[in-house]
Design a protein around this ligand. Structure first.
Ligand code: AMP
Ligand code: MG
Length: 315
């Protein structure tokens, strides 16, 4: 991965405008939230979202939390319901993430939700996060701003020690106060706790006047079979296809003849950005098998191959 100069930005109006422009141009900006520092990218931009995984060196595509400035903006992206309304009124801005169905017309990256039909979304409370999101106006995908497997960062120095040269900018906002991750609840007919965090379950239950059920181990929902709704195509998936067979939907990588190409120039960031959208499109053609070119097992190739292996696993 090429090294880039990582700008240090202060939370002044001029610097926040600069940070927002970097996001608009598909760059990566780390910024403080009340939980931990987030690594932000434009959530509507597949390539920008792919760069998050690349910068963090994540070997898997787990779905990311979307950050927005306010409830109105959230409602542009997800199907709102009564429970969401009650919880947003009580706990937003704050460390509570709501998982809701993605709106049909929402302009959001498929990679962001790892192909899931739901979106995890929250309004952070930290004034610098709020200011940046307000300036940006849209949805910002932001997992913790640390290399995969390392401790979550609660100061700009932590972010720089982990990601210097891999991201475009760090906005300084002093230290984070909660230091815990956000609580994640999925809302449909009821509320299901997906991850405990900064807002106590008891407080959520008090607010909605009913119990919250618990689904354990959701941190590992990308493990095979752990979440049935996790995106898997209808078609069988054949990996490492060196040659195409008759009647397959052909998903290529590099200079090959195929139906859809993840990246003609064999660029792994571009391939990651296209992965879910291309799988969805080929699956919609209704062929029994989707065959996929070999993907190199380096950089983002690890996460791409991980996801493809899950898609190819017997069901
Ligand atoms: P973080 O690294 O704190 O941003 O963690 C993101 C967490 O949100 C992960 O544990 C994901 O599994 C969870 N998550 C994000 N999107 C979804 C979703 N659509 N459905 C369920 N869990 C989600
Ligand atoms: Mg993390």
């Amino acid at each position: 991965m090429k090294t880039i100069a990582t700008l240090a930005l202060s939370p002044t109006a001029a610097h926040l405008a600069q940070a927002s422009t970097i996001l608009q141009n598909g760059g990566l900006v780390a910024f403080p939230t009340e939980t931990v520092y987030g690594l932000g990218a434009d959530a509507s931009n597949d390539q920008a979202v792919a760069k998050i995984y690349q910068a963090k060196g994540r070997p898997q595509f787990n779905p990311l939390i979307v950050h927005v400035a306010n409830v109105q903006t959230a409602r542009r992206f997800v199907q709102w319901n009564t429970l969401a309304d009650q919880l947003a009124k009580a706990f937003w801005p704050g460390p509570l993430t709501l998982v809701l169905p993605r709106k049909k017309d929402a302009v959001l990256s498929d990679l962001l939700s790892a192909g899931l039909p739901t979106i995890a979304i929250r309004v952070p409370k930290h004034p610098v996060a709020k200011a940046l999101l307000t300036q940006f106006g849209g949805a910002v995908a932001a997992p913790s701003a640390n290399p995969s497997g390392q401790i979550s960062p609660t100061s700009p120095a932590h972010v720089r020690s982990g990601l210097d040269g891999r991201i475009d900018a760090i906005v300084d906002g002093a230290v984070c106060t909660v230091g815990l991750e956000s609580t994640i609840v999925q809302l449909d007919d009821g509320a299901v706790l997906l991850r405990p965090g900064g807002v106590a379950v008891e407080d959520i239950e008090k607010e909605i006047g009913r119990p919250v059920s618990i689904r354990p181990n959701v941190e590992k929902i990308t493990a095979p079979g752990q979440l049935n709704s996790h995106y898997a195509p209808q078609a069988k998936v054949r990996l490492d296809a060196q040659h195409w067979r008759p009647d397959e939907a052909r998903l290529g990588f590099g200079a090959v003849d195929c139906d859809l190409n993840l990246s003609l120039s064999a660029d792994l960031v571009e391939a990651a950005a296209n992965l879910f959208a291309h799988l969805h499109r080929l699956d919609a053609e209704g062929k029994a098998t989707i065959a996929v070119s070999p993907i190199p097992q380096t950089g983002l190739g690890l996460a791409i191959n991980d996801r493809l292996k899950r898609a190819a696993a017997p069901r």
